[in-house]
Design a protein around this ligand. Structure first.
Ligand SMILES: NC(=O)c1ccc[n+]([C@@H]2O[C@H](COP(=O)([O-])OP(=O)(O)OC[C@H]3O[C@@H](n4cnc5c(N)ncnc54)[C@H](OP(=O)(O)O)[C@@H]3O)[C@@H](O)[C@H]2O)c1
Length: 313
């Protein structure tokens, strides 16, 4: 597969992370198809994509024949469907099997490395569904790349530092010392398109772990205090309280608290060494300039990215 010659179809491309991937795909010169539901309310972004040259395909994943015929037009499939729709990807896999021409499939992972982490039960149940899609992809012999993008940087800076609130009080999960990985969304978009079209990442797990993007909550807060000249009042929530919340909150509110526990108390984005099947993304592209956390906070000072949505509220 030659660079810049892959036709890329993106499911969920109008979404939070999907829009970065569509823009990255267009920027890197790939013919880019966006699969969007007929009743999607993302009219503005679809118009923007179209004006940038994307091909919009209207449909739902239950339309098997339509899916097969769209798939036959492309080379690479990236799914960034939201969590509640994760198992719908089994329908995409069925269609890929029939189409028979897809050179690479990236299912909607893009978080912690789900085959390597031990997490609280509500998050485990969430990851089980994603793992089911990985296993179905392998069983169908579809060439794949499984991506662990770790934390979306702007998404988590907004959650942890709440720059939009100007509040002195800041929540710290546990001691605040566990190391986490924050990757700016623009970079997640570019890296994903690169790995989706890279022969070195076929049938591999790719982990986005640039060394400059590893930071603890306490270090992040201190860096933000230096940049803003503000002092923040850190309120630590003990691990036992977070575990108790994961046991008592109703589903699905028990999921975000369990995710926060795994990342910011257990350190699951950084606490294991990569094995032979796993590849670190920034090492693949040493010439690609990625956004450091320091630079990400500068972006927040000048032009703060809007908070994504209330997933962790
Ligand atoms: N690592 C991290 O920090 C992090 C953070 C958030 C999410 N994630 C992961 O990233 C992936 C994508 O999540 P996201 O938050 O970017 O997705 P999202 O914005 O919630 O949704 C993506 C798109 O999916 C489409 N969609 C299809 N069926 C839908 C349905 N029934 N309801 C709503 N939308 C539907 C919509 O496009 P149309 O309207 O055009 O059909 C929507 O714009 C997931 O795997 C998620 O777990 C990771």
């Amino acid at each position: 597969m030659e660079k810049n010659e892959s036709k890329i179809l993106i499911f969920g491309g109008t979404g939070y992370i999907g829009s970065y991937m569509v823009k990255a795909s267009l920027k890197l010169g790939h013919p880019t198809y966006v699969f969007s539901r007929p009743n999607s309310n993302k009219i503005e972004i679809l118009n923007e994509f179209q004006s940038m040259g994307a091909i919009i395909v209207k449909g739902i994943v239950d339309e098997h024949d339509k899916l097969v015929s769209v798939l036959r037009e492309v080379d690479v499939v990236i799914s960034v469907l939201p969590y509640p729709q994760v198992l719908d990807q089994l329908k995409i896999i069925e269609a890929i099997k029939v189409a028979g021409n897809i050179k690479r499939f990236l299912p909607s992972d893009f978080g912690v490395e789900e085959d390597r982490v031990t997490v609280l039960p509500p998050f485990e149940a969430f990851l089980e569904k994603k793992k089911k899609v990985r296993r179905a992809t392998e069983e169908a012999n579809i060439p794949y790349t499984f991506v662990s993008a770790n934390c979306f940087g702007a998404y988590f800076v907004n959650h942890l530092l709440r720059p939009y609130e100007q509040n002195e009080k800041i929540t710290v999960y546990g001691s605040g010392e566990a190391k986490a990985l924050l990757n700016y969304e623009d970079d997640v978009g570019i890296l994903t398109i690169k790995v989706a079209t890279d022969p070195r990442t076929c049938n591999r797990v790719v982990i986005y772990r640039p060394p400059a993007n590893i930071i603890s909550q306490l270090e992040l807060i201190s860096l933000w205090e230096k940049k803003t000249g503000r002092r923040l009042n850190k309120v630590h929530v003990p691990e036992e309280e977070i575990v108790a919340l994961s046991q008592t909150l109703p589903h699905p509110q028990n999921i975000p608290i369990s995710i926060l526990h795994s990342i910011f108390i257990k350190g699951v984005t950084t606490n294991f060494d990569l094995d032979d099947h796993e590849v670190e993304a920034s090492a693949l592209y040493p010439d690609l300039k990625l956004t450091t956390i320091d630079e990400l906070l500068d972006i927040f000072l000048c032009n703060p990215p809007a908070p994504a949505f209330a997933a962790f509220e």
